[in-house]
Design a protein around this ligand. Structure first.
Ligand code: HEM
Length: 126
């Protein structure tokens, strides 16, 4: 596997799992993320696992989400939730906090910045 993928830089499956966990912990903690937090179930265990599986492939590692759910399209699972610019910004704020929580390497932050913003923008549906 390519040593220069974000997946390798963050520490492979274990690193991606820590990042996904930190992401939803940030969502729980950040007052400014209250409206996106409310869209989610009280228990975040399943969504932590799903985000880990998704990001793992998206960052250049094994495609756990695709293997399990047969698709990488996120449009449909987000359809029931009205996502506007405000929710997008809250999601990105959680991402930024998660990067700090896991002390993500600068290179990882730089490589993922634009792609994650594009992805979040793409999911705006309201
Ligand atoms: C733009 C702002 C976003 C909002 C407000 C948002 C919100 C949500 C919500 C409410 C769910 C359903 C949670 C549940 O089932 O309890 C969800 C699912 C999910 N989101 Fe997002 N999301 C956003 C962006 C993203 C981005 C950028 C990614 C990936 C890089 C992502 C990855 C996922 C995944 C993998 C799932 C699980 C899908 C499934 O059920 O199989 N989301 N999101």
């Amino acid at each position: 596997m390519n040593n220069n993928t974000p997946y390798e830089i963050i520490g492979r499956d274990e690193g991606v799992k820590a990042l996904a966990g930190a992401f939803y912990e940030a969502m729980d903690e950040l007052e400014e993320a209250e409206s996106v937090r409310k869209m989610h179930a009280e228990n975040l265990d399943l969504i932590k696992q799903k985000l880990f599986e998704y990001l793992n492939g998206w960052l250049g590692g094994p495609h756990h989400y695709k293997d399990k759910y047969g698709t990488i399209c996120l449009t449909e699972p987000h359809q029931p939730y009205p996502i506007g610019a405000e929710q997008r910004d809250q999601w990105i704020a959680c991402w930024d906090r998660a990067l700090e929580k896991v002390d993500a390497p600068e290179q990882f932050r730089a490589m993922t910045r634009e792609p994650i913003e594009r992805m979040a923008n793409f999911l705006v549906n309201a």
